[in-house]
Design a protein around this ligand. Structure first.
Ligand SMILES: [Zn+2]
Length: 125
């Protein structure tokens, strides 16, 4: 078993339990979920574990403390940001616009914008 960030596992679990399963997200596609997880993790401390025992210990600490409400708070903020500016919609619109205008320059600009926006959340994780 390799070293992993327990906070990321908790963020993904709580995203499922409190947002996806309760249908609180306007879009729950894989791309939007990854964006939300990345944004939420930027506001949270990382906690690394190298074994199942370390992970289990940390989870019992976390789930009885302030940290769970911190994670929910960050997930709520991140979900709001992604709901207003979902990357899936932006890339779909840019692809459609590029197809309509069919100019090589326009296609290049749209592609550059799409890659810049698409990389934003993951660059900061
Ligand atoms: Zn989506």
């Amino acid at each position: 078993m390799t070293v992993h960030n327990v906070t990321e596992m908790l963020v993904r679990e709580l995203l499922q339990d409190f947002f996806v399963k309760t249908n609180r997200l306007p879009c729950a596609c894989e791309h939007c979920q990854d964006d939300i997880v990345a944004l939420a993790l930027n506001g949270l401390p990382t906690r690394y574990a190298s074994s199942d025992i370390g992970e289990a210990y940390y989870k019992t600490q976390v789930l009885s403390s302030q940290v769970q409400s911190d994670i929910i708070r960050e997930l709520t903020l991140a979900a709001g940001i992604v709901a207003k500016r979902p990357h899936h919609d932006a890339s779909h619109e840019e692809q459609a616009a590029a197809t309509e205008e069919a100019a090589a320059v326009t296609t290049e600009v749209a592609a550059a914008e799409a890659s810049t926006k698409g990389d934003f959340a993951k660059d900061e994780s």
